[in-house]
Design a protein around this ligand. Structure first.
Ligand code: LLP
Length: 444
């Protein structure tokens, strides 16, 4: 599986963005996150174009920063003319420091503190996606104190249970996110928001789940959301200007994963929307979306250096297991532990070699942090470079300092050039927040 600009060069090495990954590993050290900037920009353009060409109204694509956000990424997102979703003051601060236009920021979260609401208001964030009654009322009063009228979307739970890992389902009724359509809470919040002097209700939002490998759940959610738009018009006389259907489109982690292309996804989503809108005689609202994974996941590759290998006798077939250790693991990619996520990988310095040996890739943390079980990989040697694919989303973003590991460098590569966008933490960085109370100070 070669993704984006990935290719095998004459030396038999994996190349990304015209850079030899073996050289990258040598130059920047491992673990190393490599982001294929050309593929990333292409994804941003194609996703927008797919919807612009198919949706009869206006459409806006907002990148979900939670998937991967550093200041350079915020710059790229702005250059590609996407909007940006943030889900915390840290993400908001990153965007603002990058000079991202606040009016193109959407602020998310099921518990926005007063501090976060004030920060968002002061910054002039374009839309706050309100999750609950408590937040709606707080926002109305905080906006009032600031002398502002804040544009919002209201997050609703359409009652769709998508088929994806239970930890990344969000659109079902029994969820901590949003207000339920079915039990009337969402309509009550709409009516309350419309009466509020410091709130401008632009529309409704839902996000049903992540890593969805077909558009079925989106189509179902669209039915519910459009019916709800019609109900809002009927009950309040107001036509909502915007409909945000969240993110969720899945990607290829394994060669046999087959998510819809952006164009196929746009066909299905726009088809479902057009049909539903017609049914209720509604004009097309502005269509907003928030893809994270679909834009960034496949553009990321993690390089590791292979260390000790163990051959273990096991009772199950085939009687042997090879544990191949790498110099990272759950601190740079917790997804296998959290969601049973699957990945594939290749030996970057022998990229075309026959995959005639099955191995298990083990991390180096003090627990069983297996990155990949039973991977047909072929021969491995100490100091080989392992390239794990599709690690662009929710890897750096979810990395930790567990076992006091240092978070790895991230480089953007394009046209044979590699630029650092996040520098590997140093051992002193790890100590920089430590404080020693006087009573524990070392006495000479
Ligand atoms: N919008 C909202 C409101 C969201 O909550 C999310 C993801 C997105 C958009 C972007 O979804 P995407 O297009 O990336 O599927 N850490 C998990 C994924 C959690 C997703 C949380 N919300 C993982 O590593 O699989």
């Amino acid at each position: 599986m070669l993704l984006g600009t990935q290719a095998v060069n004459d030396a038999g090495h994996l190349e990304i963005g015209g850079c030899d990954t073996v050289d990258l590993a040598r130059q920047f050290g491992t673990p190393l996150y490599v982001v294929d900037e050309t593929a990333l920009r292409d994804n941003c353009r194609r996703y927008q174009a797919a919807f612009a060409a198919r949706y009869p109204g206006e459409s806006e694509v907002s990148y979900a920063g939670k998937a991967f956000l550093v200041t350079a990424m915020a710059r790229l997102v702005e250059e590609e003319r996407l909007s940006l979703d943030v889900a915390s003051s840290g993400e908001l601060y990153t965007a603002l420091q990058a000079g991202f236009p606040p009016e193109r920021i959407l602020h998310h979260g099921n518990y926005k503190s007063d501090e976060e609401l004030t920060m968002a208001l002061d910054a002039g964030v374009g839309r706050i996606v309100v999750d609950n009654f408590f937040e709606l009322r707080r926002l109305n009063s905080v906006a009032g104190e600031a002398g502002r009228v804040q544009p919002i979307l209201l997050r609703v739970a359409p009652g769709i249970d998508p088929h994806t890992h239970r930890r990344i389902r969000t659109g079902q009724e029994d969820s901590k996110f949003g207000l339920n359509v079915r039990d009337g809470a969402a309509m009550e919040a709409i009516q309350e928001a419309l009466r509020m002097p410091n709130i401008k209700l632009l529309g409704i939002h839902c996000h049903i789940g992540s890593q969805l490998l077909d558009a079925k759940s989106h189509e179902d959610a669209i039915d519910v959301m459009v019916a709800f738009l019609a109900e809002i018009r009927e009950r309040t006389g107001q036509t909502m200007a915007e409909l945000n259907i969240g993110g969720g489109l899945g990607v290829r982690y394994l060669p046999d994963h087959n998510p819809p292309t952006y164009e196929e996804f746009a066909d299905l989503v726009c088809g479902a929307l057009t049909t539903s809108l017609k049914r209720y005689d509604l004009a097309p609202p502005r269509l907003l979306q928030e893809p994270g994974r679909a834009l960034i996941a496949e553009t990321g590759t993690t390089l590791y250096t292979i260390g000790p290998t163990k051959r273990i006798s096991i009772t199950e077939e085939p009687g042997i297991r090879y544990y191949v250790s790498v110099d990272g693991g759950m601190s740079d990619n917790p997804r296998p532990q959290l969601y049973d996520a699957v990945y594939t990988a290749m030996i970057a310095n022998r990229a075309g070699q026959p995959r005639d040996r099955v191995v298990t890739i083990a991390g180096k943390h003090c627990e069983t942090d297996i990155l990949i079980w039973n991977l047909p990989l072929g021969d491995t040697d100490q100091d080989d470079i392992l390239a794990v694919q599709s690690t662009g989303a929710y890897n750096h973003a979810m990395a930790s300092n567990y076992n006091r590991f240092r978070r790895p460098t991230v480089v953007f590569v394009q046209n044979g050039q590699a630029d650092v966008v996040y520098e590997r933490e140093t051992l002193d960085d790890l100590l920089s927040r430590d404080r020693i109370p006087e009573r524990l100070a070392k006495r000479s």
